[in-house]
Design a protein around this ligand. Structure first.
Ligand SMILES: [Zn+2]
Length: 103
């Protein structure tokens, strides 16, 4: 079981893959969590022990990539929601209107 602190380190300091992995892990049920842990054991291990200051310092030098979440806004029905970039809905889930992406 991966603890919350590890997932937060992954989201804070990880690259885009590591961040999406943390996101996926949150979505997964027990069985899928186990599978993710098995497949990406080395990545989880790395962030599990991430509290050390030198790790953070080292990563501060890498420029930060903006969060991989987009806000979608529907002009027709006014609904607004955010989704990770891996999901790219083209139409409003509520009214079917074509969506514009704003960052
Ligand atoms: Zn709509």
């Amino acid at each position: 079981m991966i603890d919350e602190k590890t997932l937060m380190y992954m989201e804070e300091y990880g690259g885009s893959f590591v961040r999406e992995l943390a996101y996926l892990y949150r979505l997964a049920d027990t069985e899928n969590k186990r599978r993710l842990e098995e497949c990406f054991h080395d990545i989880f291990e790395r962030y599990k022990n991430f509290g050390k200051e030198e790790d953070k310092k080292q990563l501060e030098e890498i420029p930060k990539i903006p969060p991989v979440w987009y806000i979608y806004r529907c002009d027709k029905c006014g609904c607004e929601f955010s989704l990770p970039i891996i999901f790219t809905p083209k139409f409003c889930p509520r009214c079917g209107e074509k969506l514009e992406v704003s960052k």
